[in-house]
Design a protein around this ligand. Sequence first.
Ligand code: EPZ
Length: 422
Amino acid sequence: MENIIINGGRELHGSVKLQGSKNSILPILAASAATGGVSVLHNCPKLSDVEAAIAILRHIGCKVQRKGHTVIVDSSDVNGFEIPDSLMREMRSSIVFLGALLARFGKAKVSAPGGCEIGLRPIDLHLCALRRMGTSISEEGGMLECKCPDGLFGRHVTLNFPSVGATENIMLAAMNAKGETVITNAAREPEIVDLAEYLNKCGMNITGAGQSVIRISGGKISGAEHRIIPDRIVASTFMAAVACAGGRINVKDVEKEHLAPVIPVFENAGCIFDFNGKEMTVESFGRPRRVRLLRTMPYPGFPTDSQALFMAVAAKASGTSIISEKIFENRFRHVPELIKMGADIRVEDCCVAVVEGVKKLHGARVTACDLRGGSALAVAATGAEGQTVIENIHHIDRGCEAFEETLSALGADIKRVALLQE
Ligand code: EPZ
């Protein structure tokens, strides 16, 4: 186990490059298993979730090489359609391998991914859509046995919620479906667009990605070369760090369009932005301003993944902010940890936080409970007085590449310490 120790109170200055998107590379790695060819994926972040996805690819017979931030996947000899629980449970999004295995083999055996730290995270929308496309699914002992006896069929699928994972699973299953698949009320996240762009390079014919109706027709598919989009949530992590600690930083390789849902919120809190092509400069000095009401929504609304990060800012803002988490039912586990640092936060009805901004947060011993909550604690610590020790930082390593090196390069006093095995 490892901890991060942060001595707060230092402004952030300097320049960093934004990593590739965790939530884009994961479904694209799954899709590469269904192509039967060689895919070369650039700007692939070095994350434990990516290593978990690579372990799944190797388990089913893919040859995978990593050369720096490029991952090469050869899925010509894929021979396994079962993913054991030990690999599935490594990360939540392993369920998206289901669609890829069905497209490749017409069958799959995967463990039902359990709920995780931020909520129950059911997969009913995934399974309902795959059944509609011709898959019979039985659940035995926590495993999902899936078979498409007559193959997969293109269908018109309407989602009752624009689920990112369900949209991705349908797109992957449609890689080998007979006829056109139409997804209505599809997720519109940039990661869906990136997946569609990769799949079109592989030979698919996908239109409408990024909108609520996506049309997908298969074709003769092969591997492809693709560059993963930058990680918009890590970009908001840097914004929150500057808002908490003060300073002025430059972030390279951003896609401004992807940040449109968060920029106004951080501007309202006092951040000043300047964009020059793919470079973002963000500065903030003095105490942040509160946000009257912030709701998390599906893209292009304010992302749920940035909620904890902005709460760290609101915790020391002038005034009272109300933050309503509309996507996941258990995504306030960072609240008690922020309270240990002196934050004044009350949670109403599980999903509404009333944050009374305090002048100063102070260091404390806190625990990361999930990826974004853990990142939020580190962000809060950079702007707190004194020393903060963050435990369970493996959560942060799932989605933030070289976390302490990056913040250190910006001037934070941060280090990682390995704990002696008890
Ligand atoms: C993806 O998770 C992201 N993960 C999450 O990021 C992100 O928070 C989420 O989308 C929303 O943007 C990856 O891309 C790997 P959903 P996913 O299906 O696909 C309900 C991070 O920190 N739902 O859009 O699991 C669900 O319970 C992670 O990077 C059903 O009810 O999210 C939730 O309330 C955390 N039934 C809502 O929809 C289903 O079958 C949104 O879930 C599927 C989802």
